[in-house]
Ligand binder design. Structure first.
Ligand code: GRE
Ligand code: ZN
Length: 347
């Protein structure tokens, strides 16, 4: 029999009680919420158990039925939507990547237009062509009213085995354009290429959201933070899901080690400084009170935001936990809504 997943301390956690329906915060904003289009839906199949795929597929392609019903039932007023993973990032041909990104962004824009009070959007970007990515971002923010962009980790460029991380020199002008638009970006997970990560050989259960997503995404985020990107653009903001992909619990050690020897690191400040001034962290897919409390202690309640990771995760599980976990009502308001409202300049 499965035991409740609890730590051995006396934290009262009413979300663990199956007996009563908990109170629900009704006007939450959630921002790691995914959709798919015909050209990208196939990318998500490997992450679904076979008996769950039909439902997951339906939920990814749906905008107006289960998506809205679940938001209503569990108190999400606004979902900022993004394409599934890896989607555009895994299309080596730059022209095709540009076309797929545009199509996904156009479809999203139409859905936002139909329900502007309920949906926002993060642009999908063809990072295979940094100039085209900058242009598409500009179109999405200035013409379509999007809230920023979301990248699914590195991009494959030219051929399947060639990868680009966004601290590389060819993205200098892209970041110049992106920062000027004044919108945040979400660094979302993808799996590493099997050819580059033999450490997972024979242990496929460790790939994807179990561990490989966090390992891959945290290193990419640390590359950006240590590259000097946030020295050049001190107001640029990066969002990390899943309670920061492990970075908050390791940031003291990172800076402790780097204080002993810089080893050529080009940034001007400490990683902890960027974590507290250029990074926002969401609760997506990680509905755990001890982790929330330690992240609160590390970065404070102004830099944490509620998210679900729908439809890979359930609104019900996120809301039952978040709306009743043992934090102050003041912090619950900030994390559930106010921080996102401020970050995205929403009314
Ligand atoms: C996600 O996009 O967050 C995701 C996937 C696949 C499995 C789980 C998951 O793309 O959270
Ligand atoms: Zn996600």
């Amino acid at each position: 029999m499965r035991r409740p997943y609890r730590s051995r301390v006396d934290v009262i956690d009413p979300s663990q009680s199956p007996l009563r329906r908990p109170a629900i915060m009704k006007d939450k904003i959630a921002l790691e919420e995914h959709f798919a289009i015909d050209l990208t839906i196939g990318d998500s199949q490997v992450y679904a158990r076979p008996e769950m795929w039909t439902q997951l597929k339906q939920n990814l392609l749906d905008f107006e039925q289960q998506r809205i019903e679940q938001m209503d039932e569990w108190g999400t007023a606004l979902s900022i939507l993004s394409l599934n993973s890896p989607a555009v990032q895994s299309i080596p041909d730059p022209q095709t990547a540009v076309q797929v990104a545009k199509r996904a962004n156009d479809i999203l824009a139409e859905q936002i237009q139909r329900r502007p009070a309920r949906f926002g959007g993060f642009a999908a970007l063809p990072m295979q062509d940094p100039d085209a990515a900058a242009l598409e971002l500009e179109r999405c923010v200035l013409q379509l009213g999007f809230h920023g962009f979301l990248v699914n980790g590195f991009s494959q460029v030219g051929d399947e085995q060639t990868v680009a991380y966004y601290d590389a020199p060819q993205f200098a002008d892209f970041w110049d354009h992106a920062a000027a638009l004044g919108k945040p970006f979400y660094m979302h997970p993808r799996d590493p290429l099997p050819s580059r990560e033999p450490i997972y050989d024979g242990s496929p259960w460790l790939t994807g959201p179990t561990w490989a997503f966090a390992a891959e995404t945290s290193v990419h985020a640390l590359r950006l933070m240590s590259s000097g990107l946030f020295d050049r653009y001190p107001t640029l903001q990066m969002i990390l899901g899943h309670f920061g992909e492990g970075i908050p619990s390791n940031v003291w050690r990172i800076d402790h080690i780097l204080r002993k020897g810089r080893r050529g690191i080009p940034c001007e400040r400490e990683i902890g400084d960027y974590l507290r001034e250029n990074v926002y962290i969401t609760t997506s897919g990680n509905f755990r009170t001890p982790t929330l409390l330690s992240t609160l202690l590390e970065v404070g309640s102004d830099r944490i935001m509620y998210s679900v990771d729908y439809p890979f995760e359930k609104h019900e599980n996120a809301a039952r936990w978040f709306d009743n976990c043992e934090i102050s009502e003041n912090d619950r308001r900030k994390i559930g809504r106010d921080n996102a409202q401020r970050l995205f300049g929403l009314k």
